[in-house]
Design a binder for this molecule. Structure first.
Ligand SMILES: [Zn+2]
Length: 148
């Protein structure tokens, strides 16, 4: 088993380990502020990671995908901006082709927002543009899920 990833608290700088949880959101052990919530899923944990009390943004990616590397920092920035309001689940589709098929992933990067059983999609460059304007992201989330 790999060590659990650590996340630095943007508020006080403390390193926190984030455990899987279906209820609530991860908070800093020291200052109790919500932490950016980004997890790497595997084919075994993906379904469980989708169950959260906040909307879940899934980043379908693969190590060979250059555009995915460009989207990744934007996804991380949104996770920080929306700490406590959003969970990000990253899935390397090479390790989980069956899940990619199940969700009809035809090309990456693909960002899919899951919320209350619905989903909204932002493929490729549209996804990165969506993510680059973090201010509009809350309403973008709502719009994306409303279309689902
Ligand atoms: Zn803190």
């Amino acid at each position: 088993m790999a060590a659990k990833p650590t996340t630095r608290c943007p508020n006080c700088g403390t390193l926190n380990r984030i455990a899987s949880q279906a209820e609530g959101v991860p908070r800093c052990g020291k200052c109790k502020e919500p932490l950016p919530w980004v997890v790497d899923a595997t084919r075994d944990t993906f379904a469980a990671e989708l169950r959260a009390s906040v909307p879940v943004l899934v980043d379908f990616w693969a190590p060979w995908c250059g555009p995915c590397r460009m989207v990744s920092p934007a996804v991380a920035a949104v996770a920080e901006d929306l700490a406590g309001k959003l969970k990000v689940v990253k899935l390397d589709i090479d390790t989980a082709p069956a899940i990619a098929d199940e969700h009809g992933v035809q090309g990456i990067p693909l960002l899919v927002l899951f919320r209350d059983g619905g989903e909204g999609r932002a493929p490729g460059r549209r996804g990165s543009r969506l993510l680059s304007c973090a201010n509009g992201f809350d309403s973008a989330l709502v719009a994306a899920t409303a279309r689902a």
